[in-house]
Design a protein around this ligand. Structure first.
Ligand code: ATP
Ligand code: MG
Ligand code: MG
Ligand code: MG
Length: 583
């Protein structure tokens, strides 16, 4: 912690609670399912504006800034250059790269007043390649590595878990340009190391895993997965070995894939019969959780009815990308559900109210039973269906997968394989010449020949990191921030200050001294209407690592009370020693 003073960037203004928005909430918000979402709302870090759109309140913003600072320091140290590109991009660029159709659905499209087509950037390969083709012309200028920290928009199929899967979110995206493969590989390793330093400094328990490069194209790819049960990804990891891959990649290596069983189960589930589900549950010994979830589907057109039917029918929706693909498949509807859905959509607004529809479905690898439907319309006149389902059951696929691999040696013969859940916080790719070829981003090589540059790309989910950090650092009283990204390092709580000028004077002096020693301090000078109990609860919920209580009783013997957020113990110590103790 002593390194703090050495870094002039790191200081963020200390605050007085009386002039600071402490937007804490006692009750757990009903629609927040995972801990980080609940605590981000309760501690007053973020507020939802609309589905997948979040405002960052001052406390959240302070954490976000510290996360960004760590990322900037490590990337600058690795030789990357920061720049900033527009969020709005001309649609033609995406036609040129040939990706416009592949990103259909995820991309928000906008038109300007001249009727020209634009997109709100879901990612920036196209724009950076356009910069590279204009600014770079010789191998002598290479390699180059650029990054930005900027807002992205992806119209996620199922925004959820707060900022974890939002529609608007902040990403660090980086792109490197090279004359040859050896240089690209070296920079890829350089970035891999920088990512490890970043996630180490953030205090994460994480694993870099091999990944498929998917829609981005290219050869090598790694994801950085923060281990957490709330994670949406599965990874296969060799304890005591080196093998680590995400499940999509690991499955390809496994001797027996669990797909066959999963398909069999799926076929059964396709028959809308509650008994079948009960049998499955017994057969696979699946745990049953009583949770109710809501999926809101825009239902203004026939195509949406098909999408709903696909979900209701029980098609295997692996992730939002697959779900989007499924939505494009014209598939016959089951008679029962088609009739019901069409009746509902046809009914339109005005006919609100739940409709009993007990149909089993599979969403995100869990088997659920639909409990009700309700139709409605928004202010914009679009019709919506709210689909509630309950009774989540882990899909046999994962149970089987665990059985198949758990305890097995791994693919490379070292260690024993484990299946863990993870949150993808970073992803790096070797893109090769995919974008430089399509957009003609070429340089002259040593022999004077024109060649497309080779590219790497490197993403970090900046806003997602804040949620992931909470998933790994909380207790019953709230967030327990890792020191490096805590919104404040120390809180000072003066007791009964309105009655005791001495208490306030000592608290004020401490406020000044702690700042001078390099700490970001929150002085809880709220008046007597905020009781000491509420102040303590707030400081715990917000998760400030150190707390100092100043009281008349303590001052009588020259003592302050110190408590670390990570421990239950309260320690009395002389005023002169407290700053050294925190260091
Ligand atoms: P996911 O698998 O979670 O959908 P992705 O593979 O689509 O993520 P990338 O294209 O690899 O995402 O983007 C780089 C990083 O941006 C991801 O590793 C993730 O941390 C973050 N990210 C992606 N989508 C979101 C989102 N909807 N909300 C918050 N962060 C996101
Ligand atoms: Mg995605
Ligand atoms: Mg992913
Ligand atoms: Mg990814």
């Amino acid at each position: 912690m002593r390194h703090l003073n050495s870094d002039p960037f790191k200081r963020i203004a200390s605050m007085r609670a009386s002039r600071y928005l402490i937007a804490t909430v006692k009750e757990t918000p009903a629609d927040a399912v995972i801990v980080s979402h609940q605590l981000m709302l309760r501690a007053g870090l973020v507020r939802q504006l609309a589905s997948g759109l979040y405002s960052w309140l001052p406390t959240g913003m302070r954490v976000l800034k510290k996360v960004e600072q760590i990322i900037r320091e490590e990337l600058d140290r690795s030789g990357a250059q920061e720049l900033l590109m527009p969020t709005i991009q001309p649609a033609e660029l995406w036609q040129e790269s040939g990706r416009i159709d592949a990103m259909e659905g995820q991309m928000l499209k906008v038109k300007d007043r001249h009727d020209r087509d634009f997109v709100y950037g879901p990612t920036h390969e196209e724009v950076i390649t356009d910069i590279a083709r204009n600014e770079l012309n010789s191998y002598r200028q290479l390699p180059m590595n650029f990054y930005q920290i900027q807002t992205k928009f992806r119209d996620e199929f199922r925004p959820r878990f707060g900022v974890m899967r939002a529609r608007e979110f902040i990403m660090k995206d980086g792109y490197s340009f090279h004359a040859d493969q050896a240089c690209l590989s070296a920079e890829y390793d350089n970035m891999y190391q920088a990512y490890c330093r970043i996630f180490d400094r953030l205090g994460f328990n994480y694993r870099p895993v091999e990944a498929d490069s998917g829609a981005m194209g290219g050869a090598a790819s790694h994801e950085f997965q923060v281990l957490a049960d709330s994670g949406e990804d599965y990874i296969a990891y060799a304890e005591g070995g080196t093998y680590a891959a995400n499940i999509e990649r690991a499955e390809a290596l496994l001797p027996t894939t669990p797909r066959a069983d999963a398909t069999a189960a799926m076929t059964l589930i396709d028959t809308p019969d509650a008994k079948t589900i009960e049998q499955l549950v017994t057969q696979y010994n699946l745990p049953i959780e009583k949770t109710v979830k809501t999926l809101i589907v825009e239902a203004s057109e026939d195509s949406d009815a098909e999408l709903i039917a696909l979900i209701v029918r029980g098609d295997h929706v692996l992730n939002e990308v697959k779900a989007e693909k499924l939505a494009q498949v014209k598939s016959p509807l089951t008679m029962a559900s088609e009739a019901r859905i069409r009746a509902l959509i046809g009914a339109g607004p005005g006919s609100l109210g739940p409709v009993n529809l007990p149909i089993p479905c599979v969403v995100d690898r869990s088997v659920s039973v639909l409990s009700d439907f309700s139709a409605g319309s928004n202010l914009d006149g679009k019709h919506y269906l709210n689909i509630n389902w309950e009774r989540d059951v882990a899909l046999p696929e994962i149970a089987d997968l665990r059985n198949i691999v758990a305890g097995d040696p791994s693919p490379d013969g070292q260690g024993t394989l484990q299946i863990l859940k993870g949150i993808e916080v970073g992803h790096i790719f070797q893109l090769g010449d995919k974008y430089s070829k399509a957009l003609k981003a070429e340089v002259l090589d040593q022999g004077g020949k024109t060649r497309p540059m080779l590219m790497g790309c490197y993403g970090i989910g900046v806003t997602r990191i804040v949620a992931a950090a909470i998933e790994q650092n909380y207790d019953a009283n709230g967030i327990v921030w890792p020191y490096a990204i805590a919104p404040f390092h120390v809180s000072i709580v003066p007791l009964n200050a309105h009655k005791s000028p001495d208490v306030m004077a000592v608290a004020e002096q401490l406020y000044i001294d702690l700042q001078a020693a390099g700490f970001d301090v929150l002085l809880d000078d709220r008046d007597k209407k905020t009781s000491p109990g509420v102040k303590f609860a707030d400081m715990e919920l917000i998760g400030i690592p150190h707390r100092i209580v100043v009281s008349d009783r303590g001052l009588a013997t020259g003592l302050l009370e110190y408590k670390s957020r990570a421990s239950e113990d309260k320690i009395e110590m002389p005023i002169a020693e407290v700053i050294d103790h925190i260091h």
